[in-house]
Design a protein around this ligand. Structure first.
Ligand code: GLA
Length: 382
């Protein structure tokens, strides 16, 4: 059902505003965004759509086709919720940061959300709902936004309202995505551009559906280890702008203070940064084999140095990378569960994907969810 139809069924009138935003894949650059590195991602052609009408009172009602519980609050009581109402933190967080940025919201609103983007599949439905809501609110309250500001606001909602210390990868890809293109983000400068997707390449996404209650705290731990490492290296190298700009020699010189674990995190960040740059050069040279090698090497670095992989993700990468038509494979996103992205040519189809799934099921007892993703267009007001 479209968000517009759902809105009508839920609120008995046609919506005044609508917007949509795509999910994303992380192509390469694992955990580089909040370290000031370069990352490559893509928007995919699956979207979260929101429909919105202003109310005459201060009430806010949020309903989603993907959630059992509607969320009700009011303009003067916007605060993060826990439990069944916590999905509302993404749209409410957007409202909060947009008001903080100067948007005057003087009326409540009804908001209906519809997804053709699977939730919890490692495709960042959270960034998509933030950006779609942001465009709808901007239209409703006459607030000027552009792709960069909407991405920055979405990240701020996530950091300050949802409480997730993410970088700008998800929101940047959802905002700047383009069909047929990868999104390149310089996360130090917050600069966004696109590069053509390699000709004939396909994405297959395998989601472990492994839900770990501690995923968010694992992510926050890695984020903290990186911040601590950056502080240690900056102490010795005051001109160092961020962790992604460090060198292995600087890390070696600070090895004692870093300790083994943080040293490994730094090596991942430094080498992954070099790999993203090499991947950009390989894309420019049309060298897809080198792109694919970098993707798989990125996974190995996440597994061994950043230590944010798990047996399920490693298995999917191992099984996929030996099949015909596969250029490379890696975990995509935060890790500790979630999804593996496989870059293939047309020789890899549903039959090969089924082989991967069958082997996974034989080993782990359940099928992964499988998704053949195409690149899609960035977030926009409808
Ligand atoms: C999640 C976060 C992103 C990024 C990736 C890891 O998707 O939301 O900001 O840090 O993990 O690269």
């Amino acid at each position: 059902m479209t968000a517009q139809d759902y809105f009508v069924s839920r609120f008995n009138s046609a919506p005044q505003f609508a917007a949509r935003a795509p999910g994303r894949l992380e192509f390469i650059g694992n955990h580089l965004d909040y370290n000031g590195g370069p990352v490559l991602g893509a928007a995919i052609d699956r979207y979260v759509t929101v429909a919105l009408s202003l109310r005459d009172d201060a009430k806010i009602v949020l309903a989603s086709t993907a959630q059992d519980a509607a969320v009700e609050t009011s303009l003067d009581a916007v605060a993060p919720a826990q439990g069944a109402a916590s999905w509302g933190n993404y749209p409410l967080g957007m409202l909060k940061v947009m008001r903080d940025a100067g948007m005057s919201a003087n009326r409540g609103f009804n908001l209906a959300v519809a997804n053709d983007l699977p939730i919890g599949a490692g495709l960042s439905s959270s960034a998509a709902i933030e950006l779609a809501t942001g465009y709808a609110l901007a239209a409703a309250f006459g607030f000027a936004v552009d792709r960069k500001s909407i991405a920055v606001l979405g990240r701020a909602a996530e950091n300050t309202f949802v409480g997730m210390p993410c970088g700008i990868l998800d929101q940047g890809c959802s905002a700047f995505g383009k069909a047929g293109a990868l999104v390149l983000i310089d996360c130090a400068a917050n600069e966004f551009s696109t590069k053509p997707m390699p000709q004939g390449a396909h994405f297959w996404v395998f989601n472990t559906r492994k839900k770990h209650a501690l995923i968010d705290s694992f992510y926050a731990t890695r984020n903290k280890e990186c911040r601590e490492s950056a502080a240690i290296l900056k102490n010795a190298n005051p001109a160092l702008p961020n962790l992604a700009s460090a060198t292995e020699a600087q890390a070696a010189a600070a090895a004692a203070e870093l300790g083994t674990e943080r040293h490994k995190r730094v090596l991942h960040v430094v080498r992954e940064t070099a790999r993203v740059r090499d991947t950009i050069a390989a894309l420019d040279a049309g060298d897809i084999a080198r792109v694919g090698k970098n993707l798989t090497a990125s996974h190995e670095s996440s597994r061994d140095l950043f230590e944010n992989s798990c047996a399920e993700l490693d298995f999917l990468v191992e099984v996929a990378t030996v099949l015909p038509g596969v250029h490379g494979a890696r975990l995509s996103g935060g890790g500790f569960g979630g999804a593996v992205m496989v870059l293939t040519d047309a020789a890899f189809g549903a039959a090969e994907a089924n082989k991967v799934s069958a082997r996974y099921a034989a080993r782990f007892g359940n099928l992964p969810s499988v998704f053949h993703a195409q690149t899609g267009d960035g977030a926009k007001k409808l």
